[in-house]
Design a protein around this ligand. Sequence first.
Ligand code: NAD
Length: 333
Amino acid sequence: MHTITLIPGDGIGPEISGAMCRVVESTGIEIKWEKVEAGADVMEKYGTPLPEYVLKSVRRNKVAIKGPITTPVGTGFRSVNVALRKELDLYACLRPVFSLEGVKTRFKNIDLVIVRENTEDLYAGIERMIDEDTAESIKRITRGASERIAKFAFNYAVKEDRKKVTAVHKANIMKYSDGLFLECVKKIAEDYPKIEFEDRIVDNMCMQLVQKPELYDVLVCPNLYGDIISDLCAGLVGGLGIAPGANIGGECAVFEPVHGSAPKYAGQNKVNPTAIILSSVLMLKYIGEEDAASKVLNATTAVIKEKKNVTYDLGGTAGTSEMADAIIKKIVG
Ligand code: NAD
């Protein structure tokens, strides 16, 4: 029996999480969801959007899956998502991007993985107002975190039989911070002679990705570039509705879709549950349930290929729960 922490999130979070739980349960594996809430809704009661019991639950179970959580813009509490990654030291963000048959896109046969450093860079929240007209954010990059993410990317490449790792940076301008990141990845690359290594400046990388995405395999990026490139790549294969993700640390892992809480669609049974369902595939592999992972992946890709029971973003008219029902039907046969 696996006990998994479930953070449903807000906005469209509860709908897609509910759909994902039903799909995972239909594989027949023994699973118990430990449901905990975080975000604006618990802020009033606990004085924080990320109460200690949420962290305790993930630390105890070692594995969590979460829906998106809204972050207020400009003012208000800091992102729960960023805080969770930081508190649990989930230093590696893994975002696989692959073409799905049945999804209309400009490219076919895209199969790349973004490995994003998750704990530092401009996301560390070191910022201040110098005076009322001047704001400052500090971009901190450390050798420890850069070498750690580089090792993760190369180990991942070896394990998943990938051929090439590309480091993404802007070391021509940010010579110290991005320069250090690049230096660290280059050093780690020497320990993996069978994996090809190259680097790209981030602006050129973006252009290359929209022109020749098939040239890339594993991309290793500092936090901010990784965030932006993940959405760009999600767009290449059909949008945020189908982009899964994982945040992995030495002790625990939290699986979540790349997309946010899309508040305008909340409660409408409208959005695509695929991103969180594919995140559950990553989770099932992580906990050693390879068969269940294959069942969920095959059923989801089959439903998308048929185009009959898909949501609006994939050109269909099915709701969130109807799409999940169609996936379950394929799993249970
Ligand atoms: P978003 O990803 O929520 O939505 C952008 C657009 O993408 C939506 O309007 C919709 O058209 C589309 N979309 C997103 N998910 C979809 C799905 N499952 N199916 C179909 N279409 C989908 O991005 P946003 O509007 O910039 O952010 C909304 C809130 O979510 C913000 O508060 C942001 O901070 C938060 N957010 C949270 C996470 C997280 O919890 N990890 C990640 C990103 C954004």
